[in-house]
Ligand binder design. Sequence first.
Ligand SMILES: Cc1cc2nc3c(=O)[nH]c(=O)nc-3n(C[C@H](O)[C@H](O)[C@H](O)COP(=O)(O)O)c2cc1C
Length: 184
Amino acid sequence: MASPLSILGFAGSLRRGSYNSAILKAAQEMVPSGAEMEIFDLAGIPLFNQDLENQPPETVTAFKTAIRGADALLIATPEYNYSMSGVLKNALDNASRPYGDNALNGKPVAIMGASIGMLGTARAQYHLRQCCVFFNMHPLNQPEVMVPFAQEKFDADGRLTDPTTREKIGELVEALIDWTRRLK
Ligand SMILES: Cc1cc2nc3c(=O)[nH]c(=O)nc-3n(C[C@H](O)[C@H](O)[C@H](O)COP(=O)(O)O)c2cc1C
């Protein structure tokens, strides 16, 4: 039997009650048989310092190894000041270096995001897509999953309850799997 398609997910927020971590968890629960998804916690990724890029800390090596071991990535991005969070950009900068050792190279990736604003991370997602050009990643175009007014879509335990959002995330996971198989 073919080994399951592996997805690595990460969220660009370190906040305990993060909506982005919560939608990532929801996506993980929706992964169908034939695929599996692990979540990487970005909390241990230090600020990138180019002086040290040839002797990366263990956490960065572990992050790059996890990326390389995955068939596809799923990124949940917050929107901070109309862009992705520093946490996410820093993690991606670390993964992309040193030059010639870019772990993101050629990876299929799906992007989603949740914010308390009305555009649901649209601006952050398009910035992230711009960076994907230089990372040489293969972002999935559709569906776009932008979760606005996130504070209204979770229960007291932080579980995503909004049916439309759950459906969209399910579609995104299915589309990422299909996209990854097509690129293999
Ligand atoms: C520094 C900062 C900047 C923010 N900028 C935006 C923004 O540009 N657009 C937006 O919709 N929400 C913005 N927010 C609100 C975030 O959408 C909200 O904090 C959200 O919960 C962050 O994601 P998380 O729940 O995964 O931590 C900002 C929040 C912070 C802390």
